[in-house]
Design a protein. Structure first.
Length: 247
């Protein structure tokens, strides 16, 4: 109907260019989206005021296509004219920018890494469940600041982690893995995906290369940061790294 069409095209009032000064926040979303709900909850928890722009997923608006030309999907957070895409990246951005309220992620780097892992797992596997409790309660004889990397020499994802460790000057033990005959240690450390790379820090496993890199950046803060200090540039780095992984 004309009324419905008019409603959706009102989203054009939220321009990409920052004509208005101040802390202007707009969320391009669809009411039933669980990914959008994740962002709305984060904004509510932080007490962030924002304008909501309901999107027609069948007839995507020019604004949505302009704000997210890569994936062309919701949710998209537009903060002072700058778009941030992908719900998990948006939530981390919200946590980085609005620090005055209680944090959305745990303060402990390991717990924060696990929160990211499971949120990513839910996104990829929907409602699938598996018995994975052992991954978080692995007891180890290793003491002190011991770091082990389970990896395969030719893996580009492992290379990303090795570069991060080298940049931070972190000493670690390298454990080459046979991808055809997976070791008991790999299956124990990553029972969910059963793949490399896995960083084991003081007996605690961290999985998925992007999550590992963020963990390294969180734990070893005495060296130069791996990600930009600016929250928006940090969000863009996460977006493009995630894009490369998916493509």
């Amino acid at each position: 109907s004309k009324k419905t069409k008019k409603r959706y095209f009102t989203s054009r009032i939220f321009f990409f260019t920052s004509r208005k000064a101040g802390d202007q926040v707009t969320l391009l979303d669809f009411w039933a989206s669980p990914f959008g709900m994740r962002v709305r909850i984060a904004l509510a928890e932080k007490g962030v005021k924002y304008e909501y722009s309901e999107q027609d997923l069948r007839n995507k608006s020019a604004l949505l296509l302009q704000m997210n030309p890569v994936h062309k999907r919701i949710p998209v957070l537009v903060h002072d004219g700058k778009p941030i895409c992908e719900s998990l990246i948006i939530v981390q951005y919200i946590d980085d920018v609005w620090k005055g309220k209680a944090p959305l992620l745990p303060s402990d780097p390991y717990q924060r890494a696990q929160s990211r892992f499971w949120a990513d797992f839910v996104d990829k596997k929907s409602k699938r469940r598996s018995d994975t409790s052992s991954i978080f309660f692995f007891t180890s004889r290793m003491a002190g600041d011991q770091v082990t990397l389970l990896d395969f020499w030719a893996s580009p994802f492992g290379m990303r982690v090795r570069i991060a460790l080298a940049e931070k000057g972190v000493k670690y033990e390298y454990s080459e893995q046979d991808l055809r005959n997976k070791s008991a240690l790999l299956l124990q450390m990553n029972p969910v995906h059963k793949r490399i790379p896995v960083l084991v820090h003081d007996g605690k496993p961290i999985c998925e290369s992007l999550i590992i890199v963020q963990y390294i950046d969180d734990v070893w803060k005495d060296k130069a940061p791996l990600l930009p200090s600016d929250p928006y540039h940090r969000a863009q780095s996460r977006f493009w790294a995630d894009f490369v992984d998916k493509k």
